[in-house]
Design a protein around this ligand. Structure first.
Ligand code: ASP
Length: 350
């Protein structure tokens, strides 16, 4: 793989931050007009509608958790987002399994569900786990029973399009099974682009009372082994909020994040005084170092082969995002404007 390193500058800079942060344009601050309101919503790049909805609710005085859950529900309900909720891409058996977590800053409480089938809004179920049980995480059949006890209706989450994408993957998997390869002329390039795709939405907000909350919700990896749980429902990995400091969440290779508890790490870097963007970059740097130890997840030169993104807000309303490899974006509503921005990055390919 051909890479042009921002990493060398990164390491030379000692603490490793100034060079990389400069490459991506530095930290984003609220401008003077926003101080006092300082409401912010940040999300992964598929979350522009979520940030818009969440800010609408924040402007009405909503708690940050209500706002971000209402925001991501739009994406969970959207059949055209194949990475979350209804229309999400299924596991290798063609079954959609969803993971989600929520964390509420003011009460430092959290709830999560993993491998949840047939319920299209796992974020709402995660919230009920937090509010209506003494537990934090429910999985599989137990999570489904719990959701049904709260009146959620079972639905088929596999849309025709997601099924076609799954079928194509299955048909092209092996030359030595009984499935013929897909007829290429029947496949649109859109379907082809989904064959190895994945995705998630993370959304965090700071509300008018200065409280932070976040949510992460996903259908996880396409064609995952049934029962696989990613980082999204694991507090500290896919999401972490400390109401005194900041909130952070993640999308990308969940396993890399599970092995490093990196959303927690991002918040801890903010606690030490790093800006949100610097904190995201520092966590990525740490993960990049560990990736060298993971066979198959780094190349012959030790560079990670995977994508990973972090999104963060601090208590002051500063926000930032960073990705492992240049090219990712994030959505943010800063109280004035709802927009997509370039994420800072650790490495860039030539
Ligand atoms: N982090 C998610 C997972 O590992 C996938 C993604 O964000 O693309 O399940």
């Amino acid at each position: 793989m051909s890479v042009k390193l921002s990493r060398r500058d990164f390491i030379k800079s000692g603490v490793g931050l100034s060079a990389s942060a400069m490459l991506a344009g530095g930290t984003n601050f609220l401008d003077a007009g926003q101080v006092g309101r300082r409401m912010v919503v940040i999300s992964s790049s598929n979350g522009l509608k979520a940030t818009e909805k969440a800010m609408e609710l924040l402007n009405q005085g909503s708690d940050a958790l209500d706002a971000v859950i209402a925001g991501v529900n739009i994406v969970e309900d959207d059949p055209n987002d194949h990475s979350v909720g209804y229309g999400g891409l299924p596991n290798e058996e063609g079954v959609v399994e969803l993971d989600a977590s929520v964390m509420h800053g003011p009460t430092h409480n959290a709830g999560a569900v993993a491998s949840l089938r047939k319920i299209k809004n796992p974020s709402k179920v995660a919230r009920l786990v937090m509010e209506r049980t003494a537990h934090v995480l429910l999985v599989g059949k137990g999570a489904l029973k719990f959701a049904k006890a709260h009146g959620f209706k079972e639905e088929n989450l596999l849309t025709d399009k997601a099924r076609e994408i799954w079928l194509r993957r299955k048909e092209q998997l092996s030359d030595s099974d009984f499935w013929y390869p897909p007829k290429s002329e029947t496949l649109s390039s859109e379907l082809c682009s989904y064959v190895s795709s994945y995705g998630t939405i993370n959304c965090c907000a700071l509300d008018v009372n200065g409280n932070l909350s976040g949510v992460t919700t996903t259908s996880g990896y396409f064609y995952k082994i049934p029962g696989r749980v990613g980082d999204s429902p694991i507090i500290g990995a896919g999401l972490y909020v400390d109401n005194d400091i900041g909130a952070a969440g993640s999308t990308g290779l969940g396993e890399a994040n599970l092995l490093t508890c990196a959303s927690f790490m991002v918040v801890e870097f903010m606690r030490r005084g790093n800006s949100p963007e610097e904190a995201c970059l520092k966590a990525l740097e740490r993960i990049g170092q560990k990736a060298k130890l993971w066979p198959g997840r780094s190349d012959e030169n030790g560079f990670p082969r995977f994508g990973l993104n972090f999104y963060a807000i601090n208590k002051k309303g500063e926000y930032g995002a960073a990705c492992m490899w240049k090219g990712a974006h994030f959505a943010v509503h800063d109280g004035k404007e709802n927009k997509l921005m370039d994420s800072a990055y650790l490495f860039k390919r030539k």
